[in-house]
Write a protein that binds this ligand. Sequence first.
Ligand SMILES: NC(=O)C1=CN([C@@H]2O[C@H](COP(=O)(O)OP(=O)(O)OC[C@H]3O[C@@H](n4cnc5c(N)ncnc54)[C@H](OP(=O)(O)O)[C@@H]3O)[C@@H](O)[C@H]2O)C=CC1
Ligand SMILES: Nc1c(N[C@@H]2O[C@H](COP(=O)(O)O)[C@@H](O)[C@H]2O)[nH]c(=O)[nH]c1=O
Length: 371
Amino acid sequence: MDFTHPDTWMRRALALAEQARPISPPNPAVGCVLVSPSGELVGEGHTQAVGQAHAEVMALRDAAARGHATAGTTAYVTLEPCAHQGRTGPCCDALVAAGVTKVVASLQDPNPRVAGQGFARLRAAGVEVVVGPGAAAARELNIGFFSRMVRGVPWVRLKAAASLDGRTALPNGVSQWITSEAARADGQVWRARADVVLTGIGTVLQDDPMMNVRLPDAARQPALVIVDSQLQTPPGARLWGVGGRRVIVYTAVADPARQQALQTLGARVVRCADERGKVDLATMLKDLARHETNEVHVEAGHKLNGSLMRESLVDELLLYQAPKLLGDGAGIAALGSFSTLDQAPEWVWRDIQPIGPDLRLRAVMAGRDHF
Ligand SMILES: NC(=O)C1=CN([C@@H]2O[C@H](COP(=O)(O)OP(=O)(O)OC[C@H]3O[C@@H](n4cnc5c(N)ncnc54)[C@H](OP(=O)(O)O)[C@@H]3O)[C@@H](O)[C@H]2O)C=CC1
Ligand SMILES: Nc1c(N[C@@H]2O[C@H](COP(=O)(O)O)[C@@H](O)[C@H]2O)[nH]c(=O)[nH]c1=O
């Protein structure tokens, strides 16, 4: 690596931000590198867990621990330093007090209540501010935080495992396993980055899944959300055996006895019905955002997938495709029938990668990343 080039420092800050991803939610994952006027690394750090130090403060502490002076340094940081007193103190004040003279930031804070305030405060204190390097990667890393701040809903990524002919289950409901162990292990990594894993009662009843993260180094367990209009989630289901995670059941009925039974198992039960007596999915997503959910990872059957897609609530597709043809069976999403091709929403490929014997295809709903 050429550490004399400014882009290299931002790449390092982005790598630090990546390390923060498992621990920072609901806060954004941010990395910060302090560089001396002669181009030496002075200190570095990333966001800690909620309520603890932000990246800039960690980098300043690291500089102090190394015995390096911070006066005259440039801070490379992947998000605008905060100017507000939140759960921690304002980072821009800390940078100014440490004598930092230039801040290179990837992005402005998307929170409409504070956006631009950090830059304004730094500039008012005589600090040179450059915005933009590393913007795309920094945004991608925190796409759920951006979505929640700007749109008031989480980023919704729908994962499905399908055959070449697009089947996700046989007509008798059997689907384990369509994709390889390697693809399923990769799916675990995507579950781990989400704040919520969301499934439907059809999947719970058919598969009796755990829906948890089983990676050896998992820093946290995403909450599990079950879309269950009639409160049919069985008290004996395997999902209750997963420790250290929240379970939230969204329902369309008021059934105090069933509600009590699920609450006894530790679930939060939320009533949120649409006019068909099903769970109102759009309201559910807003509710999840109010509870600081940045990213939702959907692993459901074709019915719930179809409803989410018909209401245009899915932002990203994470599709594992196995080189098999399964014939009859359920598809990825029950979308009903279109009469013209332009009724089918457009997706834009993000990346396509072989995973073991399968393919992993990622696509984003057209126009969805411009918020
Ligand atoms: N290959 C893969 O990636 C996967 C395959 N599967 C397979 O899918 C099959 C299960 O599919 P499916 O039955 O569709 O299960 P889903 O997980 O899609 O659950 C569907 C149920 O969700 C409930 N629901 C509540 N509100 C809504 C709403 N607004 N829209 C739609 N559904 C709502 C309905 O039941 P209610 O009205 O009672 O609430 C509905 O029957 C199984 O065979 C399973 O193995 C499942 C996951 C992934
Ligand atoms: N069949 C199928 C998948 N199915 C999904 O995995 C769930 C089981 O999760 P767990 O109990 O936590 O292992 C199941 O209910 C369904 O959502 N996933 C895949 O990667 N490949 C597959 O072929």
